[in-house]
Design a protein around this ligand. Sequence first.
Ligand code: IPM
Ligand code: MN
Length: 362
Amino acid sequence: MRLDRIVLLPGDGIGPEVTEQAKRVLAQVSDKHELGIEFVEELIGGASIDQHGDPLRGEVIELCRESRAVLLGAVGGPKWDDLAVDVRPEKGLLRIRKELGLFANLRPAAVIPALTNASTLRPEIVEGTDLLVVRELTGGIYFGEPRGRGTDDGLRTGFNTMVYDENEVARIGRVAFEQARLRRRHVTHVHKANVLDVSQLWMDVMEEVGKEYSDVELSHQLVDSCAMLLLRDPRRFDVLVTGNLFGDILSDEAAEITGSLGMLPSASLATGGFGLFEPVHGSAPDIAGQDLANPLAAILSVAMLLETSLDCAVGAEEVRAAVASVLAAGHRTGDLVLAGEDRPLTGCQEMGDHVLGAMASA
Ligand code: IPM
Ligand code: MN
């Protein structure tokens, strides 16, 4: 097994352009700290469908298994929108998560001081927000059976199943408590237990697991009111833990607090620490290929990769500091500029140049 290999899966839309900048950043850190990283690039999503008729080939999964970590861009786009769910680009992403056992998705949303004014929320609301969404990623309604389309009494139907077993809940619960220990020691479990049986299971199991972590405070919050509180008082949250679907939705909402979805990195981890790192934003086909995308979420995902998979916390800090300084210097991609605001825009590649420059001169 080569421990220094990183698999790049740029994917579709803006995936390739942001991944390119992330790769440059990781290569520079590798040189400086002599990490000896070697990159291998492969296809996922629509790009793989076009070339191989399959959103993710088995051999790519094997390659990932034999590597240190995976850096992914984004998948999907209008070109493949008419395909059935089982052969869409998104299936490649769901398959890699499932096959590699990447059950723990960490999505940190922290407001960088230079961006307090970039959020659509008032600066005094978002200032100082620093939360972490811990999303269960390989279960729940995304994978539950039965699922499908059918007919009932001559009416077309569609159905999915939101199912978790207690072990799945306990293991993601433990990840949340462990993360909270590195932060402000507060876990908010997000649920819909007033309606859903599956949420009642989560309630019971979270309470049980919570007993192992008496140093961490546990509270429970209904998902609808949580969505509201995130906009009203985001600073109240430290670690949020929830299932696959609620986590998908709330993490996009949390992103906007920080100024833009273009800023949010993520790590998807398996037992034992293997990880896939990707920006939370999607493929943004409307701006793809025009050098308009924000590469910072991909670059901040590199920081998470350095810290988690390469044990290089110093490198991670250098990347984060460089991103903060580039923003403090006023460089902004289009997503970081509010409607009506008049300021020059920085392109994707140029943003990458600035980050590399800031790291080199630090
Ligand atoms: C995400 C994305 C994916 C998800 C899609 C592309 C399948 O929205 O990573 O949040 O729903 O998990
Ligand atoms: Mn999403």
